[in-house]
Design a binder for this molecule. Structure first.
Ligand SMILES: NC(=O)c1ccc[n+]([C@@H]2O[C@H](COP(=O)([O-])OP(=O)(O)OC[C@H]3O[C@@H](n4cnc5c(N)ncnc54)[C@H](O)[C@@H]3O)[C@@H](O)[C@H]2O)c1
Length: 252
């Protein structure tokens, strides 16, 4: 398949890039010509992802950090600029589901853990990426939210709240830099076939698929294709938007 959105010479940082949606996005952006930084807490899987990108003919580095660590995210941003020469694209795909539980079964610690990884760490990555991007007056950020953030999935309260937060934060931040060539958008996938589903009960997966008119789970490659467009220069007039990729589940 031909690759229409050229990213030759661009540097893309992919959080959660060691597997799932993040890995597919890394592969797709590399095939379009970008150098890749895989930023993921799983060091072993990150090294495998780096090898995979190198085999595709692109430069790649792994930054194995916990994204909830502010100093580590600051240092990672500096490392990307120093080792890869610039910082043009950020894709935030790292995330956790958390417990499948009713609110009355959920502890404050559990609530905070999910919000910390899915929302606070994502915001932190966005904030830090804007240091180099504002200097060069150009950049693209793609934040992976979820249909759960628009509709709310039962027994996934902290997750749904964190993803609604990602959608809102993206709208806000995009407006703060809309007078530059920086564009920031979010994506709201319905259920996509990835290792993350190992953390979700079959009951919840069945519920989510039953809500999808297309009648199946999505593929990571389908999400990566949308990420590719949003990471490209061609995405010039969309910012602060939330793009659905939900097999028809999203109706607004
Ligand atoms: N799979 C789905 O059905 C689905 C649907 C909608 C949205 N999403 C969102 O898409 C994104 C990617 O999902 P996926 O299914 O590919 O997940 P996944 O579990 O397959 O991959 C997530 C990656 O994030 C990394 N990660 C988690 N916490 C981290 C931390 N604190 N620091 C650094 N790395 C960390 C993990 O190591 C893992 O490699 C997530 O934000 C998820 O919420 C997924």
């Amino acid at each position: 398949m031909s690759n229409h959105f050229d990213l030759t010479g661009r540097v893309a940082v992919i959080t959660g890039g060691a597997r799932g949606i993040g890995l597919s996005a890394a592969e797709r952006l590399a095939d379009a010509g970008a150098s890749i930084a895989i930023v993921d807490i799983d060091a072993e899987a990150s090294q495998a992802a780096v090898k995979n990108i190198e085999q595709r003919g692109q430069k790649a580095i792994a930054c194995s950090i916990d994204l909830t660590d502010e100093q580590a995210v600051i240092a990672m941003t500096d490392e990307v600029c120093a080792k890869l020469g610039s910082y043009d694209i950020l894709v935030c795909a790292a995330g956790i589901v958390g417990q499948n539980a009713f609110a009355w079964e959920t502890s404050v610690d559990e609530w905070r853990k999910v919000l910390d990884v899915n929302l606070t760490a994502l915001w932190l990555c966005n904030r830090e990426a804007l240091r180099p991007m504002r200097k060069q007056n150009r950049g693209r950020i793609v934040n992976i939210a979820s249909i759960a953030g628009k509709e709310g999935n039962p027994k996934l309260g902290p997750y749904s709240a964190s993803k609604a937060g990602v959608i809102g934060m993206t709208k806000s931040l995009a407006k703060e830099v809309a007078d530059t060539e920086i564009r920031i958008n979010s994506i709201a996938p319905a259920v996509i076939q990835t290792p993350m589903l190992d953390q979700v009960s079959q009951e919840t997966i069945d519920y989510m698929v039953s809500k999808i008119p297309v009648g199946r789970t999505g593929k990571t490659e389908e999400v990566a294709a949308l990420v590719h467009y949003l990471a490209s220069d061609e995405c010039g007039f969309s910012t602060g938007a939330c793009f659905d990729i939900s097999g028809g589940r999203a109706t607004y």
